[in-house]
Design a protein around this ligand. Structure first.
Ligand code: AMP
Ligand code: MG
Length: 481
């Protein structure tokens, strides 16, 4: 019975500077917790004839698929602003699985044992956080936001030591690649210009083939990565997502969301929202995400300087010109995204004011971000007494008048809004509830949650409990789980 793996291993063929060859550490008693059948199908993989025990052997790394060649990738990163040489300390890349011979996806285990980059870590992961990554990454995908995906989670039958002893687990992550801003920082720090050229060429071949024959590949790459990352952060802002740990090692060059550690979705609108227990100064707060994206892009640009121009001053000037553009591009994209959220066609000079007025009202009245847009789409939401407030009613009049500008009708606006405003997001209390049962190997709640989150732009019956904000305003999330 064949599953359909088709491995190619281009990254593992790069020189030793880029990676370490290492195999997953075998685990004692692997059990399949969840397999993403839909994703498997998209990847042309068929597990329907394979028994669960064998599937668990595969996704634990106890039995490696034929053709895979496992490595840990080297990278560096600015973590909360401080530069460190890192690398996959608990992740192992099996290789690139080819779908229809042209689409290429990294297949990576997370929590599969120590590597030479593990520093003081145990190379392991706990079940709760791996299932959390599964839930949130699949929700982000369903929200039409580029992201790494989750193919499977297995439990290892071993305990991992955190504050308590927790069940160990391994997540299989799928990504268009794991090349990060931090990968460039690592290679740039080694100061070998040929390796840097290799990385630029490799990245362009894999993600930006349209600039393969450009006169200034490094500069064009910077531009394209800026565009993708800008679009990504716009998407996060659109749905109220707080990534939580936007270190440069957690920003992909492909523009996919990666590293679901301390992330969470905001309930009531507050630009200063932070969930991460260690983010004391709000570096990665909801509204700081665009500024941090620009900061990370600046670190990326620094790596590329030697390839932009032989004259360093000239190269810096060219890179700065691009980075300086970020703010304008972001603001324009943001305005258009918010126009869509409010169902506005075309542009009107008062748009920014109408948008800001609504956001200010939401912040002042602690209105739920997702549900406020649902209310505007005539969806019956909980706690809707708040929308009887006089200031809101005055705003509503302005909004309704604006809807009619540029041949708009309420109906056309509603259609526009439906495709961009989710009716459901992973509410923190629902995620916690699902994880609590899953820790006792009861997946019923998690499966129901995944089903609801899979359809955020369609109307669904009986999902009130998934649309109700948390009562707990002090939700906390953690790194290094
Ligand atoms: P993160 O905060 O998840 O982005 O991880 C930052 C760095 O720490 C990466 O190099 C990870 O591979 C590494 N790391 C996180 N947890 C562990 C662990 N339990 N064992 C070894 N390395 C880890
Ligand atoms: Mg990371």
């Amino acid at each position: 019975m064949t599953i359909g793996w088709h491995f190619d291993n281009t990254y593992s063929k790069l020189s030793d500077t880029f990676k370490e060859e290492v195999e997953p550490t075998k685990v004692r008693d692997p059990k399949l917790i969840i397999l993403n059948k839909k994703l498997a199908k998209d990847l042309n993989l068929d597990f329907s004839q394979i028994n669960k025990k064998v599937i668990a052997e595969i996704f634990s790394g106890n039995a490696l698929p034929k053709g895979s060649k496992s490595i840990a990738q080297a990278y560096a990163g600015h973590q909360f602003g401080h530069f460190t040489m890192l690398g996959d300390g608990r992740a192992i890349l099996l290789g690139e699985h080819l779908v229809n011979k042209n689409q290429r996806f990294d297949i990576q285990f997370k929590g599969s044992g120590k590597t030479s980059f593990s520093r003081s870590g145990d190379g392991r992961a706990a079940l709760g956080p791996m299932l959390r990554e599964y839930i949130i990454s699949e929700a982000i995908h369903a929200l039409n936001i580029p992201t790494t995906r989750s193919l499977a989670v297995i439990s290892t039958g071993e305990k991992v030591v955190r504050e308590n002893l927790l069940p160990g687990a391994i997540l299989t992550r799928v990504a268009s690649s794991h090349i990060r801003v931090g990968t460039f920082q690592y290679i740039a720090a080694k100061q070998n210009i040929n390796d840097l050229k290799t990385l630029v060429n490799y990245t362009i071949d894999r993600h930006y083939p349209e600039i393969q024959s450009s006169n200034n590949k490094a500069l064009d790459l910077l531009n394209l990565v800026m565009e993708r990352q800008c679009q990504l952060v716009i998407n996060w802002i659109r749905v109220g997502f707080v990534h939580g740990v936007m270190n440069t090692d957690n920003m992909t060059i492909s523009g996919e969301t990666i590293d679901y550690g301390p992330c969470a979705f905001m309930d009531h609108f507050n630009p200063k929202t932070v969930f991460s227990s260690i983010d004391k100064f709000g570096r990665y707060s909801f509204s700081n995400q665009p500024a941090i994206t620009k900061w990370n892009l600046t670190r990326f640009a620094e790596c590329l300087i030697p390839l932009i121009d032989l004259n360093e001053d000239k190269a810096i000037k060219m890179a700065v010109e691009i980075i300086d553009n970020f703010q304008n591009i972001y603001e324009e994209k943001w305005l258009n995204m918010m126009r869509d959220k409010l169902g506005f066609f075309g542009e009107d000079q008062n748009d920014k004011k109408i948008i800001d007025d609504l956001l200010n009202w939401m912040e002042k009245n602690k209105a739920d971000y997702t549900n406020t847009f649902c209310y505007l789409m005539n969806i019956d939401v909980v706690n809707n007494e708040i929308y009887k407030d006089n200031d809101f009613l005055a705003w509503l009049k302005n909004w309704q008048n604006r809807l009619l500008v540029n041949n708009g009708t309420k109906e056309k606006s509603l259609n526009l809004m439906k495709n961009i405003n989710p009716t459901v997001i992973p509410r923190n209390h629902k995620v916690e509830e699902a994880l609590l049962s899953a820790n006792d190997y009861n997946l019923e709640k998690m499966n129901k949650l995944l089903l609801v989150l899979n359809n955020p732009y369609n109307s669904q019956q009986n999902i009130k409990e998934f649309q109700t904000p948390s009562l707990n305003n002090d939700y906390q999330t953690f790194c290094g789980t």
